[in-house]
Design a protein around this ligand. Sequence first.
Ligand SMILES: Cc1ncc(C[n+]2csc(CCOP(=O)(O)OP(=O)(O)O)c2C)c(N)n1
Ligand SMILES: *[C@@H]1O[C@H](CO)[C@@H](O)[C@H](O)[C@H]1NC(C)=O
Ligand SMILES: *[C@@H]1O[C@H](CO)[C@@H](O)[C@H](O)[C@H]1NC(C)=O
Length: 650
Amino acid sequence: HPTGLKVQCQQKGGRDSQAHQEIMTSYHKPDEKTLQALRDIANKLRINSIKATCASNSGHPTSCCSAAELMSVLFFHTMRYKANDPGNQCNDRFVLSKGHAAPVLYAAWAEAGYVKESDLVNLRKIDCDLEGHPTPKLAFVDVATGSLGQGLGASCGMAYTGKYFDKSSYRVYCMLGDGECSEGSVWEAMAFASYYKLDNLVAIMDVNRLGQSEAAPLKHDMETYRKRCEAFGWNTYVVDGHDVEELCKAFWQAQQVKDKPTCIVAKTFKGKGLKNIEDLDNWHGKPIPKDRVDDLLNDLMAQIQVPNKTLCPEMPNDDTAPADLSLISLPAPPAYKKGDKIATRRAYGVALAKLGQSSQRVVALDGDTKNSTFSETFKKAFPDRYIECFIAEQNMVGVAIGCATRDRTVAFASTFAAFFSRAYDQIRMGAISQSNVNLVGSHCGVSIGEDGPSQMALEDLAMFRAIPTCTVFYPCDGVSTERAVELAANTKGICFIRTSRPDTKVIYSPDEKFELGVAKVVRKSDNDKVTVIGAGVTLHEALTAADILANEGINIRVIDPFTIKPLDASTIVASARATGGRIITVEDHYKEGGLGEAVLTAVGEEPGIVVTRLAVSGVPRSGKPQELLDLFGISISVIHVVGLVLVKTV
Ligand SMILES: Cc1ncc(C[n+]2csc(CCOP(=O)(O)OP(=O)(O)O)c2C)c(N)n1
Ligand SMILES: *[C@@H]1O[C@H](CO)[C@@H](O)[C@H](O)[C@H]1NC(C)=O
Ligand SMILES: *[C@@H]1O[C@H](CO)[C@@H](O)[C@H](O)[C@H]1NC(C)=O
């Protein structure tokens, strides 16, 4: 809904219009009136950024001012988009990676007519979606930014999707700060973009010399920026970031370049246009003091030559159809028989390849572990829908989130579950971004065996449980894995699927139905003495322990939670009540934040239930999987003994 269309401007036709074709073949300098209008808009953006941050008495006006000409030229000369439909799939994308400059983004959308200009002063207020940093609560924001270093990875995902999946003409623009460029994730994305020849991607580095507490390391050393960008395979232009004509030309040139992404390295000044503030230390994140604001606003207004002139962005090509992501289901039920043995990681690959048959929009990513996670099964079936991200997990998660924006794809990114920990900031931001990305972590726990603790995920359940939008699947066999993958494809928010390395027995029949938050009671009698809750490999340990105990005349109940979040509290509580209030949890994860703590939370307000937790404690080591399960107290024998003790002590 266009909230603030102030001066209705008539947007012109798309890129393939005849007038535009002519422009495309050779560069024409914009006429002086247009250039002046772009300068004027830049100053209007400054004015509105200052007014908004003064009204909220917080925010980053000087970070906005360095980017004002860049934003003006991008939004009112270079980018093609429907100003009254910012989320349209045909539009060029813009990612403000330096998210703290949000006020200048909001001011640009006010200038474009989408945001009401009078709303800008509600910046950062509890009842206004113009938050301190951009989030997709706003239709013109695809990914949340503000944790620096993440915008370019997501932009790579959008550009990859535009070029290779949508095969459309929309382009992706990403603005970074120079301080931000110390983040390694920026350079992971730089390497990815050139490797995949993302010529529809433009990065803009706003090199205003300063960071937060001091200057950025390279200051205004533009040649070093150029060399770094070129070394990473980018077409690079070093420009004066306050010269609108130079910017128009550089962005135009970027559109002509084939097979390379372009980086515009813009030399700017922080606080540009603000007397006694411009290019000075100690102004990061500070609103303009009240006693100086009128003077500074007057200075800026005096620069504006044609106050009421608006420029209309050009319309995009209508060459991107909406994608249908509704109900993606397995083309056939799981093909496993009870008693078959298959690792859940291997079943993941089979499941994803099957889903790929159902929808062209299912895509997979991996970080050079595809023959361990079995995403290679999908790659073999659909090579064009597989993105190798190499060993750069932060970037892989960012790219996957980018691929999933605007509902263009259903993305599944896999690696060893342990290595998602280094992308935790991207995952956390993915929740703020309302991302529907699916993450699949193999090689969980000590049951991976010989490779040792560096490869074992023992924190991942805690990590993903803490993500507010996240569903956590922990399947135990081939059938439940296949259903987990199918459910994840259709579940909003972030989904995490935890898969295991060892082969495990298939315990469900192919027609078994699975739902989020619905546990399976897999072993039950009328006189069960204890409820044991296991998941993945430990569910199978629990089942064998149940057999042994049954031979000794003691029946126990065994529960497979299927999803750890949401957790089926009612089944757990009912089972505990039926088994004398006794629960044993057993998990291949550290004690903190895993299955046991999830169960404790579920029964926390229930009187008379006692939870005994078996989990990995301390740093593990190499060994055989079964030896490690024994050593860390999560194997059959330990469940057996603890079960006996609990029953005998009553
Ligand atoms: C990952 C991360 N670390 C630290 C911060 C805190 N922070 C916000 S802005 C900023 C300085 C950014 O400098 P630069 O990228 O040059 O942007 P500028 O404001 O100068 O345009 C810092 C350190 C953050 N937001 N994210
Ligand atoms: C033009 O802009 C000025 C200054 O912002 C404003 O006072 C005036 O009302 C505007 N005129 C029109 C016709 O919109
Ligand atoms: C993965 O593939 C490589 C190359 O074919 C091979 O050397 C390696 O052993 C494989 N790894 C696994 C875990 O299968």
